[in-house]
Design a protein around this ligand. Structure first.
Ligand code: ATP
Ligand code: LTN
Length: 331
């Protein structure tokens, strides 16, 4: 069937922010009923920068619990941990021989991360997009919902798929990136011209999904705003525009409705209202994540079932690939 397989993943490399939530996970919810969805914890990608092993293991489970707490239904989707499906690494190896070093050196994320981690420019960091191509192509994916920053990687996955198909015959479906218009870029609370990021050094810049109510209220109270007192969406008011976007996203309103609601009101009233709305929306997610994390048997069961389903789908594609490239398979 055309257009029915969706694949996406998040690295368990830090605490997720409200930017990750609004820009990615929340958009996946709508797809569960219409598509066959595969959502992974990309822990093999995460080790391309240094990770503490115990923390990586803990964060992987926390991310799984968070996915479910946000509304991802493990009965409808295949939810799994990347490293539990060995075909990702196996396909990556084959695709490596169809990918040029020059192409990888030109990737924006590689250049950014190489600059940021200059003491650890490892092969994995450079190979990151090929592993991501393997993730996507293994499942004969049609659509890859991601934020703007990942579209270059989906592009290279397309190029590699076409290259393989041309050399060895039709094998992979050629995937498309799906970038949502709304909330594609939530900005930092301390520097509204830059995106909110989970690895920002200033803890007041990002609101984490795990922040408690007081912390959330404090961060919004301290959020950088603009001169003037009007609460409206404008290129000259990046701070207030960002807060309006966050408010609207969490209150389930349009930004126009939010503007009308705060007409004639001041920042002193507006900022706490944004904080309250975000805290109210996150409270049930946090409670559910906590409940799930206390039930390790349930989570373990979900991830084992997910890995098994993913394994079966991945094995089918990989065995076809091995046949096409001429790998002896014992027959
Ligand atoms: P890091 O700071 O470690 O680079 P990040 O916060 O940018 O991490 P990623 O793990 O790279 O997050 O991204 C996960 C998903 O969330 C991606 O699809 C990305 O596009 C999306 N995303 C990240 N930050 C934002 C943001 N501020 N607004 C909207 N979407 C975002
Ligand atoms: N690189 C992505 C995470 C990721 C991914 C994928 C996204 C790994 N494999 C496959 C989509 C499809 C990130 O950092 N957001």
């Amino acid at each position: 069937m055309e257009g029915n397989i969706v694949y996406s993943a998040v690295q368990p490399s830090g605490n997720l922010t409200i930017g990750n939530y609004v820009g990615s996970i929340r958009n996946w919810l709508k797809m569960q009923d219409e598509y066959a969805c595969f959502f992974a914890m990309a822990n093999m990608h995460a080790i391309t920068v240094r990770q503490d092993p115990a923390e990586l293991r803990r964060r992987t489970l926390e991310l799984a619990a968070l996915y479910i707490a946000c509304g991802i239904d493990p009965e409808k989707c295949t939810l799994y941990v990347q490293s539990q499906v060995p075909q990702h690494a196996e396909l990556c190896w084959v695709l490596n021989s169809l990918t040029y070093v020059g192409e990888m050196e030109r990737m924006t994320q590689y250049k950014d991360k190489a600059a940021k981690h200059a003491d650890n420019i490892n092969m994995g960091l450079m190979d990151y997009p090929v592993l991501m191509a393997a993730d996507i192509l293994l499942y004969q994916t049609d659509l890859v919902p991601v934020g703007q920053d990942q579209t270059q990687h989906v592009e290279i996955a397309r190029d590699i798929a076409v290259r393989f198909n041309n050399r060895y015959g039709e094998t992979f479906k050629v995937p498309k990136a799906l970038v949502m218009k709304q909330g594609a870029k939530i900005a930092s609370l301390q520097d509204p011209l830059h995106k909110m990021s989970k690895s920002d050094e200033n803890p007041n810049a990002s609101v984490f999904l795990t922040d408690d109510r007081d912390t959330i209220l404090r961060k919004f109270r301290r959020a950088v705003t603009d001169s003037g007192s009007e609460i409206r969406l404008s290129g000259e008011k990046p701070g207030i525009s960002n807060l309006l976007t966050i408010y609207a996203s969490f209150a389930g309103k349009t930004t126009e409705e939010a503007e009308r609601e705060f007409e004639g009101k001041g920042y002193g009233e507006f900022k706490p209202a944004v904080g309250e709305t975000v805290a109210d929306a996150l409270a049930p997610i946090q409670a559910e994540q906590k409940r799930l994390l206390a039930d390790k048997a349930y989570l373990g069961g979900v991830l084992a079932a997910g890995a098994e389903r993913a394994y079966k789908a991945a094995r089918k594609t990989l065995s076809k690939v091995y046949r096409k490239v001429g790998f002896y398979q014992g027959d």
